[in-house]
Ligand binder design. Structure first.
Ligand SMILES: NC(=O)c1ccc[n+]([C@@H]2O[C@H](COP(=O)([O-])OP(=O)(O)OC[C@H]3O[C@@H](n4cnc5c(N)ncnc54)[C@H](O)[C@@H]3O)[C@@H](O)[C@H]2O)c1
Length: 146
């Protein structure tokens, strides 16, 4: 339940992992709060379904395929969002993967590396892509310590 006083009017948000779970719920909540929402996911049909639901509610949405394991895909997702909506204000990272069936003893290194890449490195790559100067980027300066 989102606080009715919370507003994202005229803000643009990228929601990573928008096809399912927390990402999907957050994308819908951001749209309900007035945001334009770029719905990103490696699962493209799911991202499109979330975007369609947002547009049916009267808000703007942009579904785009994103694989957070690839830096180029992260940069392209940010660029497409800025091009479409003219800026970027909010980044929500909800991409995740896990092997719920395997214990530590059963899980091999490749599977471990993939989980780390999606759950951790992908967040780094998306933040890195979102922060560099690009047309329309808005930054908030951190206050200096007294
Ligand atoms: N759901 C809960 O109640 C809950 C509670 C606490 C913590 N968490 C944690 O929050 C995170 C998200 O949980 P969730 O339930 O929303 O997960 P989820 O599996 O429902 O959603 C994750 C999304 O990430 C996407 N994704 C996977 N690989 C990707 C990639 N390479 N590029 C782009 N997108 C990719 C998936 O397609 C999926 O849509 C997980 O780390 C989970 O452990 C969840």
């Amino acid at each position: 339940m989102i606080d009715p006083a919370f507003t994202l009017e005229k803000k643009t948000a990228i929601v990573v992992g928008a096809a399912n779970g927390i990402g999907r719920a957050t994308a819908l909540a951001f749209a309900a709060a007035g945001a334009r929402v770029a719905c990103r996911d490696v699962e493209e049909p799911g991202a499109k379904a979330t975007a369609a639901e947002i547009e049916q509610g009267g808000a703007q949405a942009l579904p785009v395929h994103l694989d957070v394991t690839e830096g180029a895909s992260c940069r392209a997702a940010v660029a497409a969002t800025v091009q479409r909506f003219g800026g970027l204000d909010v980044l929500l990272y909800g991409a995740a993967d896990s092997d719920r069936t395997a214990t530590v003893l059963e899980m091999d290194e490749a599977a471990w590396d993939r989980v780390i890449r999606i759950n951790l490195t992908g967040a780094f790559l998306m933040v890195k892509a979102a922060i560099p100067p690009h047309p329309g980027a808005r930054r908030t300066a951190r206050p200096r310590a007294p």
